[in-house]
Ligand binder design. Structure first.
Ligand code: 5AD
Ligand code: SF4
Length: 439
């Protein structure tokens, strides 16, 4: 069936920040092609930028696609992008008739041509993993928010036994230093005050002998850029150079997202994490030695196949030993094609529920304690978006805490805020300058 060329579009991203970044680049590209971004219900083209990391993420996408039929029986052109597209490939067209385009995370620069073919009634696939080709083909970045993402590295060679990423994003590849610096400057010119460097294994970024710390030190020199962050890191790529950068690069924020997944050495081995609980804690000691105020964040999986109660308690112990400011925790989800999927000892759902609940109770306590310890401090907050109340803005502290503040200052402004109260997920503050004026 032929159909008119879409004039409007909507990109819906699921999952990690890498997908958010890819979604922004798709939006910029389709805009540059003359298409107009609209709400989902009015769009001629809906792009689902999918996540495959846990089973529920993929199922949700299929059910959303099923709901795209409109009252008059028509549906928009539908593109499935991202990791589900890469992992399922042509299987997508077997599972549903409602997807016109299937495009993997390394091939989305070809979307305009694919859309054109889809208007001629073709069902189009592009699941090549051509490395970094897409970056050279996307339009230069223009306007951006106060805080912007910048992908510097893609893919993963670690092959943790539960994880689909090495299969959906391919092997580890680093973008060139020059391309990254150029994009960072374009983002700053477009209004970004903060840049978060992204990669599945961002701290594995390298160019010749230079590691991520070299890149961070170069970005530190860009005037107008005020904050640098990076995520997600693997413990084994946490070099001395990167740790040292936390001591002496002023723009590098005191925040480290370093997933540990489990506190049990036997489970870590079965996960093929290639680090131990002790080696992880040793990294934390070194990081805290150079940057005592650093906020630490982590990812955890409960109920990996064969995990005993005692092994789960070792995870609680490493959480107690590390003391997290922020955390993301998940029940193990079996992913077809990964080694863990065929391991013995899959854990019953009710045991996983119980473990996740206990783990999250501990993490929430730590998160709340971390935020409460900030109350009474005066901190710099980068205003990122409007809050729900009139005049309210939401911004971030250097430690990535969300702060609600009433102010006339603009999004993108860096303001001094006195923190007055804390919850587990955010703090409230009052503008410090305003108080001075009142006094
Ligand atoms: N099941 C549950 N959690 C997973 N993660 C990755 N794969 C799985 C899986 N199969 C989690 C890990 C990772 C985060 C991005 O998602 O904790 O760090
Ligand atoms: Fe997945 Fe492990 Fe690679 Fe992270 S390091 S993306 S969990 S395989």
């Amino acid at each position: 069936m032929t159909r008119p060329a879409p004039k409007t579009f909507h990109v819906k991203s699921f999952g990690c920040q890498m997908n958010v970044y890819d979604g922004e680049r798709m939006t910029e590209m389709l805009g540059a092609e003359g298409m107009v971004a609209t709400p989902e219900a009015e769009a001629d083209l809906v792009v689902f930028n999918t996540c495959h990391i846990r089973e529920r993420a993929a199922e949700r996408v299929y059910s959303e696609i099923g709901r795209q039929r409109r009252e008059d029986g028509t549906r928009p052109m539908i593109a499935m992008a991202g990791c589900v597209a890469q992992a399922e490939g042509t299987e997508v067209t077997r599972r549903t008739k409602d997807v016109d385009i299937v495009v993997g995370p390394q091939a989305y620069h070809a979307l305009p041509q694919m859309i054109e073919r889809a208007t001629r009634g073709e069902r189009v696939h592009d699941l090549d993993l051509p490395g970094l080709e897409k970056f050279g083909k996307l339009p230069v970045r223009k306007r951006t928010g106060a805080s912007a993402f910048l992908t510097v590295q893609e893919g993963c060679d670690k092959f943790c036994t539960y994880c689909v990423v090495p299969y959906t994003r391919g092997g580890e590849i680093s973008r060139s230093f020059e391309a990254i610096v150029d994009e960072a400057k374009a983002l700053v010119d477009g209004g970004a005050k903060e840049i978060t460097l992204l990669g599945q294994n961002v701290n594995a970024w390298s160019e010749g002998p230079n590691g991520l710390d070299h890149l961070i030190r170069a970005l530190d020199k860009i005037s107008g850029l005020e904050r640098i962050r990076y995520m997600t890191s693997h413990p084994n790529d946490m070099t001395e150079g990167l740790i040292q950068a936390h001591a002496d690069v002023e723009k590098l924020m005191p925040f480290l997202h370093l997933p540990v997944q489990s506190g049990s050495d036997r489970i870590l081995k079965a996960m093929n994490r290639k680090h131990t609980a002790a080696s992880y804690l040793a990294i934390m000691d070194r990081v805290r030695a150079v940057r005592p105020d650093i906020a630490v964040s982590g990812d955890f999986i409960v109920g990996f196949p064969g995990e005993t109660e005692a092994e789960f308690e070792e995870t609680l112990n490493i959480i107690r030993a590390t003391n997290y400011a922020l955390a993301f925790s998940f029940k193990y989800s079996s992913r077809p094609g990964t080694p863990a999927a065929t391991m013995d000892g899959h854990i019953a759902p009710e045991i996983m529920d119980d473990r996740l609940e206990r783990l999250q109770a501990l993490l929430n306590q730590q998160q709340l304690a971390f935020n409460e310890a900030s109350v009474g401090q005066r901190v710099k907050v980068l205003l990122e978006r409007n809050g729900k109340l009139p005049g309210q803005k939401i911004g971030k502290t250097p430690w990535l805490q969300s702060v609600h503040v009433m102010t006339d200052a603009q999004i993108g402004d860096m303001v001094d805020v006195n923190l007055v109260s804390a919850g587990p997920n955010s703090l409230a503050g009052s503008l410090a300058d305003k108080e001075l004026n009142v006094a």
